[in-house]
Design a protein. Structure first.
Length: 283
């Protein structure tokens, strides 16, 4: 294996946390009739979701729990580099999801299962996804307030008013932050896996509402471009990168390294062997 190929592999192994925009036009299994197409396009263009190597998007495939946390953090532009905490017995902080889970746990978005695990590879179900998204998007809400459920206009026939997820689901329903398909069919199916297109739609609506200073989502609200919000790239003041001797590749030494003076060290294909660039930290 030559040095360039090994370098490319190192980038994919060590840097999956960096968002890479995907042109929706290259995704072969999407068309104008794809449900939640607008949300999928936005998320792909902003690097929140990516296509598969075969250029498919697989809108109906599930999102696992670790992937969901990453998508949530990127959509909200949380600076995950400043949170450090002990993770779960079945997770590894050195893997791609480590910083995202540490941030989510520190912020009270996730707590794991009673046995001390998180099950990162398990498909996130709709009840779990709604809870995690609601707690991050609306951090000051009192989720023990029974009026969140009592005053709900939800017509879901399969959602308990006393379930652990009830307040989150009814709250988001009342704010029009959940896709319309469930409203039409009067069924939320809280225990079912949440698909990639459903996650894209929910996060899109939340981001659009947040960016427009609306607590509720209204049709036609547009979210700001995440890349634009991050800001312009800057040149590092010092060498940010070191050589991985085993793979012969340039990789970031530390995401919060002083070389960028508080900015985010970043490297991409075509920048191997250079100092790379620095991006402002996500807010």
């Amino acid at each position: 294996m030559n040095k360039f190929i090994s370098s490319m592999l190192a980038i994919s192994i060590f840097l999956p946390a960096i968002a890479q925009a995907t042109d929706p036009a290259t995704l072969t299994d999407l068309n104008e009739y794809t449900e939640y197409k607008t949300a999928i396009d936005y998320m792909a263009n902003n690097g929140v979701v990516e296509g598969y190597p075969d250029h498919s998007f697989r809108p109906d495939s599930c999102v696992n729990r670790a992937e969901f946390i990453k998508m949530l953090m990127w959509t909200l532009q949380v600076d995950v580099t400043k949170y450090h905490t002990t993770l779960f017995s079945d997770t590894d902080a050195s893997l791609w999801y480590g910083t995202y889970l540490q941030a989510a746990k520190s912020l009270g978005i996730i707590s794991g299962y009673p046995d001390g695990t998180f099950k990162p590879a398990q498909c996130v179900n709709r009840a779990e996804a709604v809870k995690m998204a609601a707690r991050q998007f609306f951090p000051t809400t009192n989720w023990n307030d029974q009026t969140l459920v009592q005053n709900s206009e939800s017509n879901y026939e399969d959602v308990s008013k006393t379930g652990w997820y009830s307040a989150y689901m009814h709250f988001l329903f009342n704010k029009n932050l959940i896709g319309l398909r469930h409203v039409i069919h009067k069924s939320f199916k809280p225990g079912d896996s949440m698909s990639r297109k459903e996650v894209a739609e929910m996060l899109y609506r939340m981001k659009a509402s947040l960016d427009n200073n609306n607590s509720d989502y209204a049709q036609g609200l547009l979210p700001e471009n995440i890349a634009h919000t991050i800001g312009k790239d800057k040149t590092p003041t010092k060498q940010c990168y070191g050589i991985n001797e085993h793979l012969g590749a340039v990789i970031p030494a530390n995401f919060d390294h002083e070389c960028c003076e508080g900015l985010y060290p970043y490297i991409e294909p075509g920048m191997l062997g250079t100092m790379g660039i620095c991006k402002p930290l996500l807010q």
